[in-house]
Structures are given as structure tokens and as C-alpha cells.
Design a protein around this ligand. Structure first.
Ligand code: LHQ
Length: 260
């Protein structure tokens, strides 16, 4: 297993820690492959009910490892890397039926910001920063950023962030809807873990259906979305957790969800 990605599972949470701190966890092939593989395994493993994605050291992820890009042909072959590595990772993050919390501990730049935004819930340490750094090196936002940023923050902010490439603080990211919550640095790790642990004790199948319902909701009409909800709710209603949730409500006690 690659040392570039640290993995441990505890209490139903698979914690994935990008571990190239000397380059702020910039992404090389090995790390991209390990990330996708770990997510697939998390999806398969019944003991895993939530994923917590974070970075070692002072960065979350500085995007593509610029030290590893191949310029020998006289140009940057970025499209191929996207098709082969980045896009499948982003798709996997969206499609695995388990919730992913991105715990943005430090800078999230370029494709590192895209990866954070592909998570279901993004939380950040107060000292973390975000940058659509791409245009600073003559590229365009990729790995989903042109999809996620306008949807989360709005069109004008997406254009300005993409073109100016400025670094914004965690509080600014929170203010424009890119982040769910910001925690003071000394509490951040515990608070992020607590959110993941709470999700790991939740109705896992419902979370998977929530992902499906929301992944494409902004592209669908109301009537299509109503149909989607009816069909997914019908599945959710058949889960053991829905039976338990309703029974617990009626019995005035906390539910004991098992993820089934
Ligand atoms: C890095 C990186 C990095 C290597 C910091 N690579 N070493 C592109 C191409 C191909 C295929 C697909 O997709 C893409 C998409 C992309 O992601 S393009 C965007 C790539 N990322 C960037 O352009 C960000 C580059 N990094 C920065 O602008 C700064 O490092 C940030 C703003 C992230 C952090 O700044 P500082 O906090 O001042 O840290 P630093 O710059 O001193 O970095 C610390 C070390 O990490 C440093 O190494 P050194 O040996 O000098 O200590 C950097 O060279 C290294 N590093 N990012 N992406």
C-alpha cells in the first residue's frame, strides 16, 4: 500500500490522510490511484459508514504535483491526466454510496480544492485557505471546479475566483457557501472527526440515496426530481434503518441505526 495515503478505520469512519507534506500533499499518480482505490474499498466494506479525507502537515492538497508534470513534449499533457486519474477520482467521490467529509486542514489549491468540493460536507480549519490556482500557471479550473464552484458559490464568484486565482480564507469560503463549517485550529481535528463519527452512526443507506438525489438535482426539472425522490425514497423506506427510525420516534428514544 502506498505510504502517500495513510488509512485507518475506527468506529465506522475510514480516515484517509494525503501524506506528502513536503509538497503540501500535491497529487502525483500514486496518490491519485491510492485515493480512488481507498474510496472503492470504503464503498465495499460494510464496516465503513463514512469517510474523512484530510491532509498531513500544514496543507490539505496543493493540486497537481507540478514537479512531476511532463514538459518533454514541449507542452503540458494535462487532458490525459484528467481523463485517466482525476476525473475517475472525482466521479468515485460523488458516486460511492457513503458520505465523505473533507477536513480541510490547510491550503486547498487547484485540483486540491476541486477534491475538497467533491466531498459531501466540507469543513475547514480557521487557518485553511482555498485557491483556484489554475490560471496562475496558465490553466483552467479542472477536476470538477467549473462544476462545483458556480453551483456552490454562484457564477460571478466562480469567474472571479477562476480568473484571479486569489487565495481566500476559510471564513471567506464559508461566507460564499464553499464550506459547511469553520472551526478554530485547536478544535478542528476533533470537530471534523465528530461530524464523520456522527455520519458513521447514521442511516447509511439513506445517505447513499441522498447523494444520488442531490448529485444531479441542479440539472433536472422539478418533475424529474420529484420522480427521482419518489423512487429513491421508496428504496429508503424499505431499509431497516427507516423502520428503526420511525419506531424510535414513536417510542421517544434515540434511533440505533445499523446502516442496513
Ligand atoms: C508544490 C506544489 C505543487 C509541487 C506546493 N506541486 N510542489 C494540472 C496539471 C496536470 C493535470 C491535471 O490537473 C492539473 C490541475 C491543477 O491542480 S493545476 C494547479 C496546481 N497547483 C498549483 O498551481 C498550486 C501551486 N502551489 C502554490 O501556489 C503554493 O504552494 C500554495 C498557494 C499552494 C501554498 O503556498 P505556501 O503556503 O507559500 O507554500 P509554498 O509555496 O512554500 O509550498 C511549500 C512547498 O510545497 C514548496 O516546496 P519547497 O521545496 O520550496 O519547500 C512548494 O514548491 C511545494 N509545492 N504546491 N502543486
Amino acid at each position: 500500500m502506498s505510504n502517500e495515503l495513510l488509512r485507518d478505520t475506527e468506529g465506522g469512519v475510514a480516515r484517509l490522510t494525503m501524506n506528502r507534506p513536503e509538497v503540501l500533499n500535491a497529487l502525483d499518480d500514486a496518490l491519485l490511484v491510492a485515493l480512488r482505490e481507498a474510496l472503492r474499498q470504503a464503498a465495499e466494506d460494510d464496516a465503513v459508514r463514512a469517510v474523512l479525507l484530510t491532509g498531513a502537515g500544514r496543507g490539505f492538497c496543493a493540486g497537481a504535483d507540478l514537479g512531476a508534470v511532463d514538459l518533454s513534449q514541449g507542452h503540458l499533457e494535462a487532458g490525459q491526466a484528467l481523463v485517466e486519474r482525476y476525473n475517475p477520482l472525482i466521479t468515485t467521490m460523488r458516486e460511492i454510496p457513503k458520505p465523505i467529509v473533507a477536513a480541510v486542514n490547510g491550503v486547498a489549491a487547484g485540483a486540491g480544492m476541486s477534491i475538497a468540493l467533491a466531498a459531501d460536507i466540507v469543513v475547514a480549519a480557521r487557518s485553511a485557505t482555498f485557491a483556484q490556482a489554475f490560471s496562475r500557471i496558465g490553466l483552467i479550473p479542472d477536476a470538477g471546479s467549473t462544476y462545483f464552484v458556480p453551483r456552490l458559490a454562484g457564477e460571478m464568484r466562480a469567474r472571479a475566483l477562476a480568473m484571479l486565482g486569489e487565495r481566500i480564507s476559510a471564513d471567506e469560503a464559508y461566507g460564499i457557501g464553499l464550506v459547511w463549517q469553520v472551526f478554530d485550529d485547536d478544535r478542528f481535528a476533533d470537530e471534523a472527526a465528530a461530524i464523520a463519527q456522527r455520519l458513521a452512526r447514521g442511516p447509511t443507506r439513506a445517505y447513499g440515496y441522498i447523494k444520488q438525489a442531490l448529485n444531479r438535482s441542479l440539472e433536472r426539472s422539478l418533475s424529474e426530481q420529484l420522480d427521482t425522490e419518489a423512487s429513491l425514497q421508496s428504496e429508503a423506506g424499505r431499509s431497516e434503518d427507516a423502520r428503526e427510525g420511525v419506531a424510535a420516534f414513536l417510542e421517544k428514544r434515540p434511533p440505533r441505526f445499523t446502516g442496513r
